[in-house]
Design a protein around this ligand. Structure first.
Ligand SMILES: [Mn+2]
Length: 315
């Protein structure tokens, strides 16, 4: 689809979701590098903010553009890994005003308007969706590194049930370019600062079990983040640690995202405990096993709001 869409356009922009994760950054830079190395007659920009420096080894990272105030009408806007218009954040106008809009995504709940799209909810990652669409002959080492990064971040390094034989075939193809797969996994997925370790420990220490130990939840405030000199982009790994607790089916991580605003990250270990349905009831969204929503509140003690729905889901 991408090669066809590129035929008659000159100016292209790529936009991911706010607070981009590894899949978002990897997918966007995969498309960026693919266009850059195969279509030298075209200009391409990737807009993002609040991205994590741990992805700086990816080619094109230093060219990420944060300017949300350019007076440009793009021929083609490409949305990656983003399920709704509000999640495009400050860059929404570039998408809205573009002459043509396309989407690569794997969120069941995607409701963005587009002219063309590949949205495959069963896929592990947007990175794997993009891999499926690209001309394999035109993939190079830089593109391979970006796709691989997206792949490992949205599969928890090949752990989640969404991983298929095709996922491993994709990874095998990418590793065939001689990418340093071990270093990418170590540096971009596992490696964290000591303060990140400490804040994770604090969140786990404060966690509580509910519903006969089937659910774990914990909270984090801005004050705690300040104490460790961390912000939102430094805490995206915490929910995975809560989820690892044995016996638990669902994990909930509530963290402050504004003066009176809290984000709720939800993880499930069972397709029967569909957290995307739960998130949707609170105007959020995501996947069956990984979703989130935002709640207006002046206190982090909001877990009780979900209790009725959780009890219905568990019965
Ligand atoms: Mn994703």
């Amino acid at each position: 689809m991408l090669d066809t869409e590129l035929k008659n356009v000159k100016n292209i922009c790529i936009i991911g979701h706010v607070n981009p994760d590894g899949d978002c950054i990897g997918s966007a830079l995969a498309v960026y590098n693919y266009i850059l190395s195969n279509y030298s007659d075209k200009s391409v920009k990737f807009y993002s903010k609040n991205y994590n420096e741990k992805f700086s080894f990816l080619n094109g990272f230093k060219n990420i553009d944060e300017n949300d105030n350019e007076q440009i009408i793009y021929d083609l806007a490409i949305s990656v890994d983003c399920a709704s218009s509000d999640r495009l954040g400050d860059f929404l106008p570039y998408y809205k005003n573009a002459k043509r809009k396309i989407i690569f995504d794997h969120h069941e709940t995607n409701n963005l308007i587009s002219d063309n799209s590949i949205i495959l909810p069963k896929m592990t990652s947007t990175a794997e969706v993009i891999y499926g669409d690209l001309d394999k002959q035109k993939i190079n080492k830089q593109v391979a590194e970006c796709i691989f990064t997206g792949l490992i971040h949205d599969t928890g390094v090949f752990r989640y049930p969404s991983v298929t034989a095709e996922t491993f075939e994709c990874a095998a193809f990418l590793i065939g370019f001689g990418i340093n797969h071990s270093k990418i996994i170590e540096d971009s997925y596992y490696s964290v600062s000591l303060n990140q370790q400490k804040i994770t420990a604090e969140v786990i220490l404060n966690s509580k079990l509910a519903f006969n130990n089937k659910i774990i939840y914990s909270t984090l405030t801005n004050e705690q983040m300040k104490k460790y000199k961390l912000d939102k982009k430094d805490i995206d790994g915490i929910i995975a640690h809560l989820r690892e607790t044995s016996g638990v089916i669902g994990a909930f991580f509530i963290y402050q995202s504004g003066a009176n605003e809290y984000k709720v990250s939800m993880r499930s270990k069972s397709e029967k405990f569909d957290v995307s349905k739960l998130a949707q009831k609170f105007n959020g969204g995501g996947h069956i096993l990984a979703s989130g929503c935002t709640i207006e509140s002046n206190t982090p003690d909001i877990f009780y709001m979900f209790e009725d729905e959780i009890s219905k889901m568990l019965s």
